[in-house]
Design a protein around this ligand. Sequence first.
Ligand SMILES: Cc1ncc(COP(=O)(O)O)c(C=O)c1O
Length: 398
Amino acid sequence: MPTTTSPVLRMRRSGIRALMELALADPLAIHLEIGEPDVPTPDHVLAAAARDAAAGHTGYTSSTGSAELRTALAEKVRRVNGLDVGPADVMATHGAMHGLAIAFAATLGPGDEVLLPDPEFPNWRMAVTATGAEAVTYPTRAEHGFVPRLEDIAAAITPRTKVLLVCSPNNPTGAVYPAALLESVVALARQHDLWVFSDECYEAITYDAPHVSPAQFDTDGRVLTFFSFSKTYAMTGWRLGYVVSPDPALTELLAQVAEATVGCPSSVSQRAALAALRGTQEPVSTAVASYRGRRDDAVALLAAAGVPCSVPDGAFYLLVDVSAVSRDGNTFALRLLREHHVAVSPGEAFGPGAAGMVRVSLASAPDDLRVGLQRLVTLVARWDEPAGRAVEAGAQLR
Ligand SMILES: Cc1ncc(COP(=O)(O)O)c(C=O)c1O
């Protein structure tokens, strides 16, 4: 029975995954393509999860998460993010991505449009496509430090736009948006009656600029904020995130879609999240200090070789501009993997705004990062020498 009508058929495969799968087949590969902390989940979180599972925290919870977790999350959001919220405004989700997917499902229908930054995190577009809506982008440019300009966002709004998504600190650009811009973005959304979805997965990972939640500027209940335990606490596989919703009717819809999809977030992961929130925050500050050191070393290594790159203010990615030798980041990434056994994500996987670039994860082990970047620099320097093996330009990544 051929499937012909599902909007999912229009979903494009993520170019990050495509490269990753090729890299997994290479036992010698150095992995700089994955956005995942190199450290394990903190010991006290592991211990609490094991203890609580043994004590019987293994059943279903409310589809929005346990009351105990939502109370703790609301307290964190008040204290850290400065938002005036209670437990009823917060919903635990199966990772931030599930929070985003159910929020797209609850706010969009066929023909609607969502504004995403370009370069983009590809999973947003995939989740939007699944609803039958269209993803449209607004540019963010290297010459502006990848911080969007309000006029570029305004120019992308049409009568069909329903949701305006912002992501700061940003994946893949590392940009951290200033408060004044975020305030203007919320005002623009108010003017055009749009939802604002603020993806704040990397809120804890900033270097030179403070993280600001745009929901601070929300005066009439239109900003949804998406948080995650994945990057902050090295808990990617636990699948735990949360969304702060300003609208009780929408929160109810989100709960229904969650009920129909995951039922509830993993109860053991909810206990782990409680332990992460309540326990020492030292592993977080240690990790951020380490990412900062890796960023500085990586930027210095590339600068010494004359290879341009973004200097991220937050998150843990570097966009390396290889367009001087290869206009196509796919081709570059393939040659780097084939000839030098280093996996990076092709910029094109993030949209035209990152064409001719590759994304390097600073969350990779420091030695891998150093060796991987040295090999990248070598490939740039020797680009015109004949390749060891023929590479079909980009074809296998699409
Ligand atoms: C911008 C952005 N949003 C969402 C996610 C997904 O986070 P989670 O693991 O909580 O689903 C990621 C993961 O890489 C991300 O980079």
